[in-house]
Design a protein. Structure first.
Lengths: 147, 147
């Protein structure tokens, strides 16, 4: 499943390929994505804010896409609506992003919205953690529409 | 001046070169930056949220860097602290980002903070506008430290 999603975004979103984004694993709680520091570096030798923003945005989009498949949406249009991101500490190594699967309750609400009005929003949280400390904390809202 | 900044970021931040970011013009009120749609496209044929986020983040960083030079800081460390971004409409053409120079009052406050404690924060607003409508509205906070 995640290699299919990786292939989809690498093919359709060139920047994800250029930043060397990889979808590593997914379980019931989280998706792990990575991108190497060397290509995503800034003038200070740490990870570029734009790359940190991109990895959290696309990883959260992948969760929304993953949920849409779990909810049996054959085809859907998924877009980011808004986000708030805190850059708490510099990222000094290859970027490892943890994106959390929303709570069952929130997925149930999304499911009923999709059934009632063919669209719904969901909030997704992603973090870049290094040495057990949160470096980037992202909270995004995504809109999913059946097509 | 802006070609020096463009050269600096293209050299030190590879993703800005890969996304084909260009610094087009600057005046007393705003910086204009661009990036072509074809390389920054998403699965829907519109601009990728990660690219929109990257262009607003780096353009605002450029304003902070520009201000640091205007305030005669020979060397400085400038990082993004946090941001809020609203994605109001899809961007369907090459990305044109307008980043606003903060108000004189805010620059004066930054100047006095830098004099008193060698560091300060400043809020910067960037927008992607297409057909006279705001598609992306970014508000970021940057931290500038004399080194």
């Amino acid at each position: 499943m995640i290699k299919d999603i990786e292939n989809k975004i690498h093919t359709q979103i060139p920047m994800t390929r250029l930043m060397q984004l990889e979808l590593k694993s997914i379980d019931n709680t989280r998706l792990i994505t990575t991108a190497p520091l060397h290509i995503n570096v800034n003038d200070k030798g740490t990870a570029f804010g734009g790359s940190l923003s991109s990895i959290t945005i696309i990883s959260s989009w992948c969760i929304a896409y993953y949920l849409s498949k779990k909810l049996n949406l054959e085809d859907s249009n998924i877009v980011i609506v808004k986000n708030e991101t805190k850059f708490l500490r510099p990222v000094t190594k290859d970027i490892i992003c943890t994106t959390y699967i929303p709570k069952d309750e929130d997925i149930k609400i999304l499911k009923s919205k999709l059934e009632i009005k063919n669209s719904g929003t969901i909030k997704i949280n992603a973090q870049v953690i290094e040495n057990k400390e949160i470096c980037v904390d992202f909270r995004g809202t995504y809109y999913i529409k059946k097509v």
